[in-house]
Design a protein around this ligand. Structure first.
Ligand code: AMP
Length: 282
């Protein structure tokens, strides 16, 4: 595995790989790897050669009062884990190289970013779209893999790629969970033991939603009532939002028809966690 630290060298490597007719697979990350990241990398390994990953804690996707400074970082651990999975290129650029002082262009995807997390994190998705656009220009992948865990992010990137006619195939990959069901997240490391226990209610509430879907429940408000009830029974959980949306437009729905997503965000102390369940009826 080779570590590349500059935008210039990364572009040179990818240009050459493309000229040689190679299929570049790409997994962008913010590091502090867990099994979720590794499963995306393994899928990348299957879909392309070379497999390139990036580690960049992107400052522009954090709000002013969010956890950019304290976001967990452990380069040596990440380097070893990536190497074991068979990553070819580990791209870890500096913020000053990605965003030189005169940087002034942002990518804003409109409708799909406005609901759900977009309500409480109004500049988050423009930070995500901008950095992913830049990474795609630098890494020049044929295929890029994103987790369904960050479902709105996945939909946003798919929309951007369609709208801007970018030649990248965007693949969504299922959420990897701990043995007890908690969705893996680098932010789980922030949780105190009692918060970790209470966080299980996020998964439990989504399992309840799934059970209701499978029984044929068609009313979104019935599902919301049950999901919120489970979350509210945990005193340590403070709901940010719970919504039932069309899985493609991310607009709220009243009735369960076609593909839907139950998406939620909740605080456990200072830690904000998200999770979702995609239910496809077609
Ligand atoms: P992050 O480092 O948190 O920005 O995540 C990098 C990529 O890994 C994103 O595409 C995430 O959606 C994905 N990811 C994060 N957690 C999980 C998980 N538990 N299962 C699957 N993919 C995940």
């Amino acid at each position: 595995m080779e570590i590349i630290r500059t935008v210039k060298e990364m572009k040179e490597f990818s240009s050459q790989a493309r000229r040689a007719g190679k299929t570049i697979a790409f997994v962008p990350t913010m590091g502090f790897f867990h099994e979720g990241h590794l499963s995306l990398m393994r899928e990348g390994r299957r879909r392309g050669d070379p497999l390139i990953i990036s580690l960049f804690v992107n400052p522009t996707q954090f709000g002013p009062s969010e956890d950019f400074k304290s976001y967990p970082r452990d380069f040596e651990r990440d380097r070893k884990m990536a190497e074991e999975v068979g990553v070819d290129i580990f791209f870890a650029p500096e913020a000053s190289d990605m965003y030189p002082p005169d940087h002034q262009t942002i990518v804003r995807v409109e409708k799909v970013t406005q609901n759900l997390c977009g309500r409480s994190r109004p500049t988050h998705f423009q930070g995500v779209a901008t950095v992913v656009m830049m990474l795609f220009e630098i890494v020049m992948p044929h295929v890029a893999i994103f987790g369904e865990k960050d479902y709105q992010q996945l939909v946003t990137i798919q929309q951007m790629v369609r709208d801007l006619h970018m030649g990248v195939e965007v693949v969504g990959w299922p959420t990897v969970r701990e043995a007890d069901g908690l969705a893996m997240s680098s932010r789980n490391t922030y949780l105190l033991p009692e918060e970790r226990k209470a966080a299980l209610s996020l998964y439990r509430s989504l399992q309840k939603a799934k059970e209701l879907f499978q029984k044929g429940e068609k009313k979104a408000d019935r599902i919301l009532h049950e999901v919120k009830g489970i979350l509210q029974s945990e005193p340590l959980v403070k709901i940010d939002y719970v919504q039932v949306c069309d899985a493609h437009t991310l607009q709220d729905v009243d009735r369960i028809e076609g593909d839907v997503v139950v998406a939620l965000a909740a605080y456990l102390g200072k830690t904000r966690l998200i999770d979702n369940l995609v239910y496809r009826t077609l």
